[in-house]
Design a protein around this ligand. Structure first.
Ligand code: NAI
Length: 325
C-alpha cells in the first residue's frame, strides 16, 4: 500500500504538548506535515499555563528533521482560537488539518458540580471547537480542502459517572461535527469525531469515588484492565486519528472508537420502531406502553445522515407497517 503522507499540508493539533496530541503531532510531522503544536501547558485539571509543553514537542519534531511552530494560546477563548489559526496562516499560509484535542477534567457527582467545574469544561471541550474550528474552517473553505477531527469521548457516548460536565461537552461535539460535515461537504471539508482511549495524565483526575454507584462499580469490576493495559497508550490511537485527517480518507460525518487497538465505527441509529395506527389520531400512553418492546427493538437499525434522511426512513417503514399510502 502507498505510504500515507502529509507533505505540503499544514496541521493544527491543539493540546499537543502531552498525551494523545503530542503523539499525533510527532507522527504528522514525521509524515511530512507542517505542524502547529498548540498547548497552553496547564495541569490535568486546567490550572496554570506554561510554554514548555508545546516548546518541547516542537524541539522533538525539529530534532527529527520535521517542521513545527509552537502556539501557547488557549483554545478556550475566542481570541485564543483566532490566534492559533493565525499562527498557522502567518507561519505556513494555509490550514489543511485541525485536530481539536486539548482538554482537561474536573470530575464530580452530578448534584455537586459547581460552575467552576462546569463552565471551564464546556469552554475547553465544546466552545473551543467553535473558537478554533470556525477560523480554521474559513481558511479551509478558502482553499476548498480540509480535514477536521474533533475529540469526543466514550464517557459521553456510553457514559461515565461523575463526568456529566465532561460528557455534556464531549457529547456536544458529536452534533457539531455532524453539522460541520454536512456544511463542509460543499467545500471539500470533512469532519469526524474520534473517541480515543489512553492512560494519560488525565488519570490523575479520576477520583474513584464514583464507585459509590452500584451499577457503575459492577461495570468497572467486569472491565479486564490487565488484558488491554499495554495497548492503552496514546500511540495506539494515532494511526486512526491521522488516517481520518489524511487525503486518503474520504469518510466524513463519522464517529470512531479507538480502544486498546480495536478500531470501530460508532453509529447513531434508529430502529424500525412502532408506528401509531393509520390515521390522524395520536396514540395514547397505553398504546405506547403496549408497543414499548417494538419501540425498543433495534434489530433493524437505520443510520440517517441528515434530519431528512430520517423522514425518508419513517415514510418507508410506515409504508411497510401499512400506515401510509
Ligand atoms: P493530556 O492531559 O495528556 O493532554 C491534553 C493537553 O491539552 C495538555 O497538554 C494540556 O496542557 C492541553 N490543554 C488543556 N487546556 C488547554 C487549553 N485551554 N488550550 C490549549 N491546550 C490546552 O490528556 P490526553 O489524555 O492526551 O487528552 C487529549 C484529549 O483526549 C482530551 O480532549 C481528552 O478529554 C480526550 N480524551 C482522552 C481520553 C483518554 O483516555 N486519555 C479518552 C477520551 C477522550
Amino acid at each position: 500500500m502507498t505510504e500515507i503522507r502529509f507533505d505540503n499540508r499544514v496541521a493544527i493539533v491543539t493540546g499537543a504538548g502531552n498525551g494523545l496530541g503530542r503523539s499525533y503531532a510527532l507522527e504528522l510531522a514525521r509524515r511530512g506535515a507542517k505542524v502547529i503544536v498548540n498547548d497552553l501547558g496547564g495541569s490535568s485539571s486546567g490550572q496554570g499555563a506554561s510554554p514548555g509543553a508545546a516548546d518541547r514537542v516542537v524541539d522533538e519534531i525539529r530534532a527529527a528533521g520535521g517542521e513545527a511552530v509552537a502556539s501557547h494560546d488557549s483554545v478556550a477563548t475566542r481570541e485564543g482560537g483566532a490566534a492559533i489559526v493565525q499562527t498557522a496562516l502567518d507561519s505556513f499560509g494555509q490550514v489543511d488539518i485541525l485536530i481539536s484535542n486539548a482538554g482537561f477534567l474536573r470530575n464530580s457527582r452530578f448534584e455537586d458540580l459547581t460552575d467552576a467545574q462546569i463552565d471551564p469544561i464546556l469552554d475547553v471541550h465544546l466552545k473551543a471547537a467553535f473558537y478554533v474550528g470556525q477560523p480554521a474552517y474559513r481558511a479551509m473553505r478558502a482553499r476548498n480542502y480540509g480535514r477536521m477531527l474533533f475529540t469526543g469521548s466514550a464517557s459521553a457516548m456510553f457514559g461515565h459517572a461523575w463526568q456529566a460536565n465532561y460528557a455534556a461537552g464531549k457529547g456536544g461535539l458529536m452534533g457539531l461535527s455532524h453539522v460541520v460535515a454536512i456544511e463542509g461537504s460543499a467545500y471539500g471539508i470533512q469532519s469526524n469525531l474520534l473517541l480515543p482511549t489512553a492512560v494519560s495524565r488525565l488519570a490523575d483526575e479520576m477520583d474513584t469515588g464514583y464507585t459509590e454507584i452500584p451499577m457503575f462499580a459492577e461495570a468497572i469490576g467486569q472491565a479486564e484492565f490487565g488484558v488491554v493495559g499495554s495497548r492503552t497508550v496514546p500511540e495506539f490511537n494515532t494511526s486512526l486519528a491521522l488516517y481520518l485527517v489524511s487525503e486518503a480518507c474520504s469518510a466524513t460525518h463519522g464517529i470512531y472508537s479507538s480502544n486498546a487497538g480495536r478500531y470501530a465505527r460508532v453509529r447513531i441509529c434508529a430502529g424500525e420502531g412502532w408506528h401509531a395506527t393509520r390515521g390522524d389520531a395520536p396514540p395514547s400512553l397505553e398504546d405506547v406502553a403496549a408497543h414499548f418492546a417494538e419501540i425498543e427493538d433495534s434489530s433493524r437499525p437505520a443510520e440517517p445522515m441528515t434530519v431528512y434522511d430520517e423522514i425518508v426512513e419513517v415514510t418507508a417503514s410506515g409504508r411497510r407497517a401499512g400506515v401510509f399510502d
